[in-house]
Design a protein around this ligand. Structure first.
Ligand SMILES: NC(=O)c1ccc[n+]([C@@H]2O[C@H](COP(=O)([O-])OP(=O)(O)OC[C@H]3O[C@@H](n4cnc5c(N)ncnc54)[C@H](O)[C@@H]3O)[C@@H](O)[C@H]2O)c1
Ligand SMILES: CC(C)[C@@H](O)CC[C@@H](C)[C@H]1CC[C@H]2[C@@H]3[C@H](O)C=C4C[C@@H](O)CC[C@]4(C)[C@H]3CC[C@]12C
Length: 369
């Protein structure tokens, strides 16, 4: 992708480009990647908002496709200079089968890698996850750790298992020769819990609070810190990593980077209240109102109900043994590796991230969109 006298116009492909993170990556590329000539947005479900992007100077190509279909991926990748692979099945609520999660997250990633090799695309940024590390099945806390912090990353749940394997595939592919003989350069970005405009779980909590008369009830101790990062900063890190991957290939190739910004360390529920409080909700209780053993019982009951009801309907509440364990296990990062390796600095301050998220929650008003 070496710059020529006339700045070369590049072709980027964003898989999952219509998702929560993907849409922010698409918009960030259009705003902040001057070398962009064509932006291909590949997704199983294309958003209607894509049409509004087609009036600008950059050619925006919407591609409806499935990452589990190798030929569809190869067709989308062919001719691209950079692939940002965010497409994934983000399911910790039992909505999809373990097989489907694996097919999308692992086989889909294999298909992206092989498409890069076969068609000669040299730069691949993968959206991994904090869950590749933890929390592990033993509930070990990860307190303000970094990419080099020792931690026993053992998982049983299909989602973290799929993300860990997909990340390994991406990093393992770094250095493979692509069509044309040059090496593939890959890196993986590990967001912690992403929040911001379009975060459906935040919207679900808001709607739940509205249903409960403006109240949410504390279920998790305030002392349990959960890492969160603003979606705009995650998108910016993807754009910057994709830009710097060529120039800093020796340093960045095969590396993982936690996504981080100035968002405060708080419990999952207290952090959500930074946005839901200004929207009129109140978190009842300074400590959990329900004993932990009862939460464990209710989580297990939800699994039973999900299984019993599956022939009739999809029952997938937020509370299950996995989400309870996650919410109850400290997992926060403190790192500057992305800054040291490719000059990343958060684009949005905590105050700006908070304001943007509050405005979004207020605008959606708990509505469906
Ligand atoms: N949301 C978070 O807190 C978080 C944190 C860390 C990492 N991540 C990762 O970020 C990525 C995006 O997550 P998100 O929160 O935006 O989820 P999302 O569900 O909003 O977006 C995922 C996108 O991928 C698309 N997709 C799913 N299956 C596909 C398939 N078979 N073919 C093509 N497209 C497909 C979906 O249609 C969707 O647009 C995922 O890889 C996820 O693991 C998310
Ligand atoms: C019902 C209560 C116990 C409530 O507090 C449960 C909260 C629970 C739904 C969330 C707690 C932690 C969240 C996860 C975390 O932010 C990181 C994630 C990694 C990312 O790759 C996908 C999303 C998620 C798994 C995220 C999902 C919601 C929580 C489990």
């Amino acid at each position: 992708m070496a710059d020529s006298a006339q700045a070369q116009k590049l072709v980027y492909l964003v898989t999952g480009g219509c998702g929560f993170l993907g849409e922010h990556v698409v918009r960030m590329l259009l705003q902040r990647e001057p070398r962009l000539g064509e932006l291909r947005v590949f997704d199983l479900h294309l958003g209607p908002w894509l049409e509004e992007l087609k009036t600008g100077p950059v050619r925006v190509t919407a591609i409806q496709g499935d990452v589990t279909q190798a030929h569809e991926v190869a067709a989308a990748v062919a001719g691209a200079h950079v692939v940002i692979h965010t497409a994934g099945l983000v399911d910790v609520f039992g909505r999809a089968s373990p097989k489907t999660i694996h097919e999308v997250n692992v086989q889909g990633t294999r298909n992206v890698i092989e498409a890069c090799v076969q068609t000669g695309t040299r730069f691949l940024v993968y959206t991994s996850s904090m869950e590749v590390v933890g929390p592990n099945t033993k509930g070990h806390p990860f307190y303000r750790g970094n990419e080099d912090t020792p931690y026993e990353a053992v998982h049983r749940h299909p989602y973290p298992c799929s993300k860990a394997l997909a990340e390994w595939l991406v990093l393992e592919a770094n250095g493979r020769k692509v069509c044309g003989g040059l090496p593939l350069v890959t890196c993986a970005l590990r967001p912690t819990g992403i929040y911001g405009e379009g975060h459906q779980i935040m919207r679900d909590f808001y709607r739940q609070g509205l249903r409960l008369g403006g109240r949410l009830f504390r279920a998790i101790p305030a002392s349990v810190e959960h890492g969160r990062v603003y979606v705009g900063n995650v998108a910016w890190m993807h754009v910057l990593a994709a830009r710097e991957l060529e120039r800093r290939a020796a340093r960045m190739g095969g590396q993982v980077y936690f996504c981080y910004d100035g968002s405060p360390y708080k419990s999952y529920e207290d952090f959500n209240m930074e946005f839901l409080g200004p929207c009129g909700l109140r978190l009842v209780g300074t400590r959990p109102l329900v004993p932990y053993w009862l939460l464990v019982f209710l989580a297990a009951l939800n699994v039973l109900l999900q299984w019993l009801l599956r022939p009739l309907l999809l029952y997938a509440p937020l509370l299950n043994p996995y989400t309870l364990a996650m919410a109850n296990t400290t997992f926060t990062v403190s790192t500057d590796k992305a800054q040291r390796h490719f000059g990343y600095e958060p684009l949005f301050s905590w105050e700006d991230s908070r304001t943007r998220t509050i405005l979004w929650v207020q605008a959606t008003g708990g509505s469906a969109q």
